[in-house]
Design a protein around this ligand. Structure first.
Ligand code: NAI
Length: 265
């Protein structure tokens, strides 16, 4: 853990009876690993009932079991966000387990292959767009009616610093993350008057399993951040929980950087 970063010190403690998210149900996609796991852990520690959704079924179950053992309320649900029917079933089953849905973090994503645009394999393009863009749309498509039926709430879509910047070798990833910003703004405008806020979080490069395979590039990636290091899942979760909370009651339809100064250069 780098100096000066926050850690999730209260995630193994029993949630207080009056946590910030007590009485709320939250669905987190990609919650078996990395950023989604840390978001799920913090939500459960703050009293939310958490639907731990991932296509890694065993990983999701381990996370849900750990959150429950720590005194939280959580259930694992298998979801493949590239499959709209799978997303519909996951949202319905999560909402039925806990009696509604108030919060959603559409976070499942992949890095995808690295190649210049003129050489990018079409199948690789489709895989990244299916996961990182279509997956967010399918999630919103089935979450929003449930959130409305539960009286309103808040959504965070996981974009990226590559939601506003290009990155050589990542045409599909960058295109998908830009599109997530457009989806976020549109849904925010559509549902603001009905008590649903929708925001996008834009991390710089974060030290999670997603970067496995980019070890050779690690020093280069670090050099892109003026703070001289990669970010942590905890730092992304901190911003995500703020946006989900009532503390962010007038924050809507925006793109929120957590990037160690990457975009400021
Ligand atoms: P991670 O690889 O640690 O976790 C991603 C999770 O998504 C995994 O549990 C995986 O099983 C799940 N997943 C992947 N495809 C899925 C599918 N089709 N259906 C359901 N679940 C699926 O990655 P990390 O870093 O936690 O990434 C989370 C989000 O943050 C992603 O959307 C990623 O693009 C975004 N992000 C990550 C950055 C980084 O540098 N790590 C930077 C900016 C954004």
């Amino acid at each position: 853990m780098p100096a000066g970063t926050s850690t999730s010190t209260n995630t193994t403690t029993t949630p207080s009876a009056e946590g910030e998210f007590t009485g709320k149900t939250a669905l987190v996609t990609g919650a078996a690993s990395g950023i989604g796991l840390e978001v799920a852990r913090r939500l459960a520690a703050a009293g939310a009932s958490v639907v731990v959704a991932d296509h890694n079924e065993a990983g999701a179950k381990d996370v849900a079991d750990a959150l429950t053992e720590a005194g939280g309320r959580a259930v694992a649900v298998r979801v493949d966000v590239t499959d709209p029917e799978s997303v519909r079933r996951a949202v319905e089953s999560g909402a039925e387990t806990f009696g509604g849905l108030h919060l959603a973090v559409n976070n499942a994503g992949i890095a995808g292959a690295s190649a210049p645009t003129g050489e990018y394999a079409v199948a690789d393009w489709q895989r990244v767009i299916d996961t990182n863009l279509n997956g967010v749309f399918y999630s919103l498509r089935y979450e929003l009616p449930r959130i409305l039926a539960s009286g309103g709430g808040a959504v965070v879509n996981m974009s990226s610093i590559l939601g506003t910047n290009g990155f050589a070798g990542s045409p599909a990833y960058s295109a998908a993350k830009h599109a997530v910003v457009g989806l976020t703004k549109t849904a925010a405008v559509e549902y603001a008057a009905q008590g649903v806020r929708v925001n996008a979080v834009a991390p710089g490069f974060i030290d999670t399993p997603l970067l496995q395979g980019a070890e050779a590039q690690r020093e280069h990636l670090i050099s892109l951040h003026p703070q001289g290091r990669l970010g942590t899942a905890e730092e992304v979760a901190e911003l995500t929980l703020f946006l989900l909370s009532d503390r962010a009651s007038f924050v809507n339809g925006s793109y929120h950087l957590v990037d160690g100064g990457y975009a400021a250069r």
